[in-house]
Design a protein around this ligand. Structure first.
Ligand code: PXP
Length: 248
């Protein structure tokens, strides 16, 4: 992969959401992950939530077994999740904030206030060889704190930008985009690898994909929804095409 190429991580959580709606075995997130791999995903992302509302422990066991591309394991900073991550040693661990009552991961992690605790939390994960990524807002304080605690990667939360776009609030969307642009560049200048994600669609992906410092996008909900209409392989192929076009 060239230095300029942008990786696409496909998040398969919501295949599990549909499966769990009936409590059976299908649709199977592992089958979706393998198909995503064949369709050109550079990695698979899965979030094992504390309440197991979508991805299950067995899904993570299965993904570790069947994937040929790296697994980006999203998790909250809890002792239970740390133990699971240390057992599997996935390629990457992305630490995300988690509240039971939220529908999705609503904001970035508060790193600055929890610096000591998080530094201790991620140290064993790094020693185990996992690339540790911290999911944060485009906020200088949080980025500096993520750098100080020893994270190698930050993932910038694109949710506020995508929400503003969806609501047609172009001024707000442009402000969010500008903050994401500035903070990608700032994080890169500190030596952090920059990823981005949350809420991205065909309509919102290109301005983010065009930031030269961004190395990876993690996209799930929209792609799984779009797969209903076009199939997973074409849905991913179109995202890949838009990313490459923006990058060029
Ligand atoms: N990145 C992170 C850290 C996330 O928590 C999520 C949602 O689980 C995503 C990316 C993907 O977001 P979406 O499903 O909205 O594309």
């Amino acid at each position: 992969m060239s230095d300029n190429q942008l990786r696409l991580g496909v998040n398969i959580d919501h295949v599990a959401t549909v499966r769990n709606a009936r409590g059976g075995a299908y649709p199977d997130p592992l089958r979706a992950a393998k198909l995503a791999e064949e369709a050109g995903a550079d990695g698979i992302t899965a979030h094992l939530r504390e309440d197991r509302r979508h991805i299950s422990d067995a899904d993570i066991d299965g993904l570790m077994e069947v994937l040929s591309v790296p697994l980006n394991f999203e998790m909250a900073a809890t002792p239970e999740m740390q133990k699971i991550a240390l057992r599997h040693k996935p390629h990457a661990v992305c630490i995300v904030p988690e509240k039971r009552e939220e529908r999705t991961t609503e904001g970035g992690l508060e790193v600055a206030r929890e610096e000591n605790k998080l530094a201790h939390f991620i140290a064993p994960l790094r020693e185990a060889g996992c690339r540790v990524s911290i999911f944060i807002a485009a906020d200088k304080r949080q980025i500096e704190a993520a750098h100080r605690i020893g994270a190698e990667v930050i993932e910038l939360h694109t949710g506020a930008y995508c929400d503003a776009m969806a609501e047609g609030h172009m001024d707000a969307a442009n402000r969010e985009l500008e903050a994401l642009r500035e903070m990608s560049s700032f994080a890169h200048s500190l030596g952090l690898e920059v990823h981005a994600g949350h809420g991205l669609t065909y309509d919102t992906v290109q301005p983010i994909a065009a930031f030269p410092e961004v190395r990876e996008l993690n996209i799930g909900h929209f792609l799984i929804g779009e797969a209903i209409f076009r199939g997973l392989t074409p849905a991913i192929a179109e995202m890949r095409r838009l990313m490459d076009e923006a990058r060029a």
